[in-house]
Design a protein around this ligand. Sequence first.
Ligand code: ADP
Ligand code: GLC
Length: 489
Amino acid sequence: MNILLASAEVAPFAKAGGLADVTSALPIQWKKYGQNPIVIMPKYGFLDEKKWDIKPTYLTLNVPMGYETEFAHLWRGMLPDADVPVYFIEFNEYFSREGIYGDPNEYFDNDRRFIFFSRAIFEVAKAIDFTPDIIHAHDFHTAFAMAFLKTHYRDDIRFAKTAGVYTIHNLAYQGKFNPFRVMEFTGFGQEQFSEGSWFEHGGVVNSMKTGIMFADKLTTVSPNYSREIRTPYYGEGLQDELNFRGPDLLGILNGVQYDRWNPEIDENIYKKYSADTISDKEINKQNFLEEYGLAGGNGPDIPLIGMVARLTEQKGFDLIESKLEGCIAGGDFRFVLLGTGDKKYIDYFNYIKAKYPSSAYINIGYDESLAHKIIACSDYLLVPSRFEPCGLTQMYALKYGTIPIVRQTGGLADTVSEYIRDSGLGTGFVFLHYDRDDFAYALKRSLSIYKIGPHWDTVRRNAMAMDFSSERSALEYLNVFKWALEKVR
Ligand code: ADP
Ligand code: GLC
């Protein structure tokens, strides 16, 4: 199958969250299965051409944007250690910036930037003579490609048998835009915008809805989230559309690249370990405490709880704020956080950092290597999300024998199960209601088995035995692609 995957984020080139991990893991795996994927992404200003060996193709793209045509240049690189080409669209006015979406606020022209990108991918296919069986778009940034496939490119022989598959990674970001600006440069014109049309939701252009309505098949990133989003609580206003498309919507649990996230081969950690040498995990923890100023003399041996997350409301920070300071001050655990995002959370964690320097290590930033260290060296990983389409860090944590404490939502519910003392089954600790008491009780249950035999050994063995590899998820996507092709052929 010729698969054209388009995404605003692809690791390691540009990453804000899990979207980037998934859009690089899938094509690598598809290639191993004998498919023919290509990846297309914007050429951002921060991309290091030398480091990634990204070269100009000297091909020019003529991208129609309403009444105008914009000229872009095409660059090419490869996914590291894989035989998958990545095409980078260079259009400096839109992409030569230091952020992906804006920093700290969204760029005012994200409508134009991403509609341009969604249109340009078709011109890339033409320029490099690629006839896609599938166009696989991800999140609102590339959602308009689903519409363009069925309209502007419908009569183009190259795309006549192409199916569109749209994957929702996070319904919270919908790309809501001003119709008076946007309809013109989508090439549809104002007359196509009216209440109830496939572009409209709540009186504005809604890119997410557009993707949902025009795609041949829809997926989202966990089975549980695919059910949740059909309800008003999780549907972010699009539950009716999702129910309407329900028969074409499938949840595929994200996969992990275990050649990158595996304590047996991880070069980022102090000492490699496996389930059979799990005592070496303690060496990692002790080294970490030393390096990050948390070793604190001969204090009691207390647990280390870690977090690696975007600092957004989604991740449950108001629950954390309700308990963290009391626990740290009371000596219940030490805490380590790596993340960046909303100012109010940055301010809060800077306060914690200043007040408890020997009990909490806070790093406001982005650091791939430190993320590995935190996941390997912590005893527990906290993911108390308000909602979580899938979540990758809890799956990484399981592999490292780091016990996840999660809310029972989205993909967290699909990947972590409560450890039950009597049966010895379960891989972590799970709470249902998004409230302080439920959260506090889950913390209490988790900490109550810290280094308590045989529970501590059992839960960590159970965790490390879990397998959420991208080999499985990539295969499930190929099945969806076949299903989508049945619709167009
Ligand atoms: P989301 O996509 O909602 O942010 P996921 O759990 O799916 O959540 O994916 C987050 C990804 O981003 C993981 O690979 C995680 O390790 C990484 N990550 C998040 N914040 C940081 C950070 N500050 N530094 C390094 N990696 C980070
Ligand atoms: C989104 C979600 C996250 C998911 C990731 C990759 O950013 O917030 O839960 O794991 O996409 O699909």
